[in-house]
Design a protein around this ligand. Structure first.
Ligand code: SAH
Length: 257
C-alpha cells in the first residue's frame, strides 16, 4: 500500500512513520510513504498558499489553486489513481470501520489543511472527508498520522502476529476485554482468578462477558450495532436492568472512578 501526504509541513511525518511497527512494515515493503510539499505547486516568489477570506473574518484560508494543481498532478502520476482524503472538523468521524475500508485501497492521498482551513471549492477533489473528533487541531498532519497508523497496523504482516488485530477494541463492535500480566497479585490487587485457571473455554467466555460489560459501561452507543449472539444480547439486557436497579438504589457503581 502507498500513502502520500500533501501539506505545507512535509517534514513532520518521517520520525513517527520510521519508528516501531510502522517503520518495520515499511522496511518489509508492506507500505510506502511519500510526503509532498504543497508550496511546490505555487508560482509566486513567496510560494503563497493562503489568502484572506471573502466576507471578512479572522485568519487565512488555503487558496484553491495550489491544492487543485497538486492533487491533479499527483493523481496523474503512477498507474493507480489515489483515493483522495481531506481532513476537517466538518468531516465524517474516522473510526475502525473507516480504517478497515481504507486498508483495501492501493494508494491513498491525504490532504492536510492548515490555518482556518481551505477554500470550500477544494473539497470537491475529495473522495472522503474525515474528522478525528469534536475538537479543532491546528493542522491536518496529525490527522493524517492517525489515519496512516490505524490503517497500516491492519495490513497483513504489519503486526507480526496476524491474529493480534482481530481481537482488539472495535473489531467486533465491542471494546477489548481487560488484560493482565505478571504478577498475579500486585500489592493486594489480584488478577481475575479465571485467567489463572488454564481453562481456555472459561477464559474465552469470561473475556466475551467482560468485553460486553466494558462496552456497556464506557461506550453503550456501540452495543446497538455490535455483533452479539442471542445469548450475549440477553446478558447485556440483564446488565442494563441490573445497572438500573443499582442507579435506582442511589448507588454510583457506574460512575467513572
Ligand atoms: N476553521 C475550521 C478549522 C480549521 S483547522 C473549522 O472551524 O472547521 C485547520 C486544519 O486542521 C483543517 O483544515 C484540517 O485539515 C485540520 N483539522 C482540524 N481539526 C480537525 C479534526 N477534528 N479532524 C481532522 N482534521 C482536523
Amino acid at each position: 500500500m502507498r500513502f502520500e501526504t500533501l501539506s505545507v509541513f512535509p517534514g513532520v511525518f518521517g520520525q513517527y512513520f520510521d519508528a516501531s511497527i510502522l517503520g518495520r512494515a515499511q522496511k518489509k515493503g508492506i507500505w510506502e510513504f511519500v510526503a509532498y510539499d504543497l508550496r511546490d505547486w505555487t508560482h509566486d516568489r513567496h510560494r503563497t498558499v493562503d489568502d484572506a477570506p471573502f466576507g471578512g473574518g479572522q485568519g487565512m484560508l488555503m487558496k484553491p489553486a495550489p491544492i487543485f494543481e497538486a492533487v491533479r498532478d499527483i493523481s496523474s502520476r503512477g498507474e493507480v489513481r489515489p483515493h483522495v482524503v481531506f481532513f476537517s472538523p466538518c468531516g465524517a468521524r474516522f473510526d475502525q470501520r473507516a480504517a478497515e475500508r481504507l486498508a483495501q485501497q492501493e494508494r491513498v492521498l491525504l490532504v492536510c489543511g492548515r490555518y482556518e482551513g481551505m477554500d470550500e471549492r477544494a473539497y470537491s477533489l475529495a473522495d472522503e472527508v474525515f474528522s478525528l473528533g469534536d475538537y479543532v487541531l491546528t493542522g491536518g498532519e496529525l490527522a493524517a498520522m492517525v489515519v496512516v497508523d490505524a490503517v497500516v497496523r491492519l495490513l497483513p504482516g504489519a503486526l507480526g502476529d496476524d491474529m493480534s488485530a482481530k481481537d482488539e477494541s472495535f473489531s467486533d463492535g465491542l471494546l477489548e476485554y481487560e488484560q493482565y500480566t505478571r504478577p498475579a497479585d500486585y500489592d493486594g490487587r489480584r488478577v481475575p482468578e479465571v485467567l489463572l485457571s488454564g481453562d481456555h473455554q472459561a477464559i474465552r467466555e469470561w473475556r466475551r462477558r467482560n468485553a460486553i460489560e466494558r462496552t456497556l459501561r464506557w461506550r453503550p452507543d456501540l452495543l446497538e450495532s455490535a455483533e452479539l449472539t442471542e445469548e450475549e444480547r440477553a446478558y447485556a439486557a440483564e446488565l442494563v436492568d441490573g445497572s438500573r436497579a443499582v442507579l435506582d438504589g442511589g448507588g454510583d457503581e457506574w460512575a467513572r472512578s
